[in-house]
Design a protein around this ligand. Structure first.
Ligand code: C2E
Ligand code: CA
Ligand code: CA
Length: 732
């Protein structure tokens, strides 16, 4: 499953958004603008959700809670101004940045946009290249604003807690001034903020009063700073408060101390306050669990101890599956409630698991402790301070999975949540915090890929897998530049005449060291990395050139089918590329067949249809590849300007043994023919399959039964040899 696909954030399916990819809601009634903006935004690492009018925009906003909205001003149904107003009314819409785009650059609509709550403004035509930077910039400002809001609150808190007063003593006249806080601390009249220094000393605990007096006088004489701690009689009876006094002398030009300037802090509560400040910084407010900062410290301690004592310890990375769904459907309070309940269960599991700890884990400070921390939205980390074997960690993981998957009652609703867990173990999987965290995270992702609700240890296999992908990406890039790619051509035959009427071009990667690599291995990688764009362009140019060459040589007139990924349309400039290739090769556009899969229509049928129309405008043929394996909905088929359906090999494979498959193929043929479409069957390997397809009146066939995919030379030979298929006599 590709992490970037839109379906994975669909709120209705409950899939959670891939971490770290900001979602942008793109609203415009002009489909062309939508498509032009989508590519650059996706390339810049955003997930794009679209809407074509205000009503749909509000709906999409509520479903996806995007991080940012790009809103067209003038649209049918509900215009952008009204949509912004609606969005701002929602819970999630208060602070979301909204960028308004419009063709109107008059002052009035700019003012109006801001009045309705737009964050920023952009006049059309939009420079789509610049757009992602603008979006990134807006998101960064939003983050800064968010941080400011929370640090201001923290500062207020700290000042309220600090209880700090100041004072100044003029030694010549023996008068002292003090601040309101000092007056309050000492129980003085709050309207008289001055007196003698002795009035301050008089409040000092009798046992220490003389000592404090002398220390202060000595400091004045020596002209040195001083720090003293003592108790004073506070405002209330029997309220002894401990304070800390700090003072600095002010020295004149002759070297005499003329003043003492100082602070007095009530530290009775500062110990307590310090804990509060510490807690603010080190604990998660929602669950009361240690946060990432605290985890980091405990982890550092675990590392130090384990190094010294030669222990093993484990990190478990937990991710709640479907947490986002709860948050979205029941609200944030319910989400918080769920997090609290989960954290209680996790702590429970750890308490019960204390006995598993290694022999070194005594109840003293020399043993590293177990920690449950919440490090982000729905992510928890469990640190098992000391284990004997990796299996201990697996046991805890199992208990966590079991405990967290029992149903929860949240706002009177029963909710089910499951956990995916990734595990890394010191020292095998890493010898420093960062590596251990990273590897537990990687293992967690791997566990997710293998299906939810499970755990997975980090292994070098996973690592190697990731590495080899990385190097493969680099090599594929080189391969495209270095002409390591080639095309094979698999003949397609007319069912009635048995003539070779065309070929399907299939890409091959001839790796200099690893030998040939299958397209099923490198096409997905190319799609993910965007390398499919240059690759697809090359396939297009090479195959059309080849077919025209065969025609010029007199070998015959063949159509050529090429496979295209949806990405090439949504991110690349496929229409222009095809137009160019047609012109460059001079082939009859009718001979070029574009094979597309149903995935193209997955996200947005309307966009898909528009695309097909532009394609048809070039005069090429369109075939739906792997038909009936995807999200095919027969109902929209009649709206699509396509020419052919290519029945997937999966249905042909067991055609001769599985009556069900025969029924499906028969239905596809009947339906297709009624809609005026040609039916192509691929993957024909056996005579029996061929017989049935002929009986069902399939139009074109392709498969190993006739020929493997051939190099261009071999294909020429094949045609020369008049290598004809086993066409049965009689009408087909
Ligand atoms: P596809 O479009 O379904 O292509 C048909 C695949 O079935 C080809 O595999 C072909 O060699 C194989 N095949 C043909 N006849 C038979 C048969 O009788 N039996 C069996 N078992 N297999 C048969 P190939 O060449 O490995 O291509 C795999 C997939 O890679 C293609 O599936 C296509 O989706 C993708 N692909 C190949 N070339 C390109 C390309 O240039 N661009 C893009 N975007 N995708 C490509
Ligand atoms: Ca194909
Ligand atoms: Ca296929």
């Amino acid at each position: 499953m590709r992490a970037g696909s839109l379906s994975s954030i669909d709120a209705t399916t409950g899939e959670s958004r891939p971490r770290g990819k900001p979602v942008v809601l793109l609203v415009d009634d002009d489909i062309a603008s939508l498509m032009m903006a989508e590519g650059p935004l996706e390339d810049a690492g955003f997930q794009v959700v679209q809407a074509v009018d205000g009503v749909e925009a509000v709906d999409q906003f509520n479903r996806h809670h995007p991080d940012l909205v790009i809103m067209d001003a003038v649209m049918p149904n509900m215009d952008g101004f009204e949509a912004i107003r609606e969005i701002r009314k929602t819970n999630f819409g208060h602070h979301v940045p909204i960028l308004m785009t419009t063709g109107l650059d008059d002052l009035e609509s700019i003012t109006r946009a801001y009045d309705e709550g737009a964050t920023d403004f952009l006049t059309k035509p939009i420079n789509f290249f610049i757009l992602p930077y603008r979006v990134q910039y807006m998101l960064r400002s939003k983050e800064t604003a968010d941080e400011l809001r929370s640090s201001q609150a923290r500062l207020d808190n700290a000042q309220r807690i600090a209880r700090l007063g100041h004072w100044e003593w003029d030694i010549g006249s023996d008068t002292a001034n003090w601040s309101l806080e000092v007056a309050r601390m000492f129980g003085f009249d709050k309207r008289l903020l001055y007196g003698s220094m002795e009035s301050l000393f008089s409040k000092v605990d009798a046992n220490k009063r003389q000592e404090i007096r002398m220390d202060t006088e000595q400091a004045v004489e020596a002209g040195k700073p001083i720090t003293l701690e003592f108790n004073i009689q506070g405002e209330l009876e029997n309220d002894l408060r401990s304070v800390r006094l700090e003072a600095e002398p002010k020295i004149d030009s002759e070297g005499n101390c003329t003043h003492m300037l100082g602070t007095i802090q009530d530290i009775t509560e500062s110990a307590h306050a310090q804990k509060q400040i510490h807690d603010l910084a080190y604990y998660d407010l929602v669950t009361g669990l240690p946060n990432r900062a605290q985890l980091r410290e405990n982890l550092a301690q675990a590392l130090r101890l384990s190094e010294r004592q030669d222990n093993q310890f484990a990190l478990l990375f937990l991710d709640l599956d479907h947490f986002k769904q709860v948050n979205d459907t029941l609200g944030h309070d319910a989400g918080d409630d769920l997090l609290v309940q989960v954290s209680q269960r996790l702590s429970g599991v750890l308490r019960d698991s204390d006995t598993l700890s290694g022999p070194n884990n005594h109840d003293d400070d020399s043993a590293s402790k177990n920690t449950v921390a919440r490090i982000g939205g729905d992510e928890f980390v469990v640190l098992l301070g000391s284990i004997n074997r990796a299996e201990d960690a697996a046991r805890v993981a199992e208990r966590i999975a079991e405990s967290t998957s029992a149903p929860y009652t949240i706002s009177d609703v029963e909710v089910a949540v499951t956990t995916t867990i990734g595990i890394s173990v010191y020292p095998t999987d890493g010898r420093d915090s960062e590596t251990l965290m990273k590897h537990a995270d990687v293992a967690m992702y791997h566990a997710k890929e293998n299906g939810r609700n499970g755990y997975q240890f980090y292994s070098t296999d996973i690592h190697e897998h990731a590495l080899s992908r990385f190097s493969m990406e680099r090599e594929l890039k080189l391969a495209i530049e270095d002409n390591q790619l080639s095309l094979l051509y698999q003949p397609k035959l007319d069912m009635v005449t048995g003539e070779t009427i065309g070929v399907e071009a299939l890409a091959r990667w001839n790796h200099p060291e690893r030998g040939p690599i299958s397209p099923t291995d490198f096409i997905p990688l190319a799609e993910e990395t965007g390398l499919i764009m240059p690759l697809g362009k090359w396939v297009l140019e090479e195959s059309t050139r080849q077919v025209q060459k065969w025609k010029d040589q007199g070998l015959g007139t063949f159509s050529v089918a090429i496979n295209c990924s949806p990405v090439q349309f949504t991110r690349g400039n496929m229409i222009a590329d095809i137009d160019e290739a047609l012109k460059a090769s001079q082939i009859d556009p009718n001979l070029l067949e574009i094979e597309l899969t149903e995935n193209l229509f997955l996200h947005n049928i309307e966009n898909g249809i528009q695309l097909l129309n532009s394609l048809k405008g070039l005069g090429v043929q369109i075939a739906i590849d792997d038909f009936a394996t995807g999200v095919s909905s027969l109902s929209y088929l009649k709206r699509l300007p396509v020419d052919k359906l290519k029945i997937d090999r999966a249905f042909v494979e067991e055609l001769h043994v599985d009556k069900g498959d025969e029924a499906i193929v028969s239905a596809i043929v009947t339906l297709g023919h009624r809609l005026g479409l040609k039916i192509v069957a691929e993957g024909v390997e056996l005579e029996e399959q061929y017989d049935i397809l002929r009986k069902l009146k399939c139009n074109e066939i392709q498969g190993y039964y006739f020929s493997y995919p051939l190099s261009s030379d071999d294909f020429e030979q094949w045609v020369h040899d008049q290598h004809r298929p086993l066409v049965k006599t009689g009408t087909a």
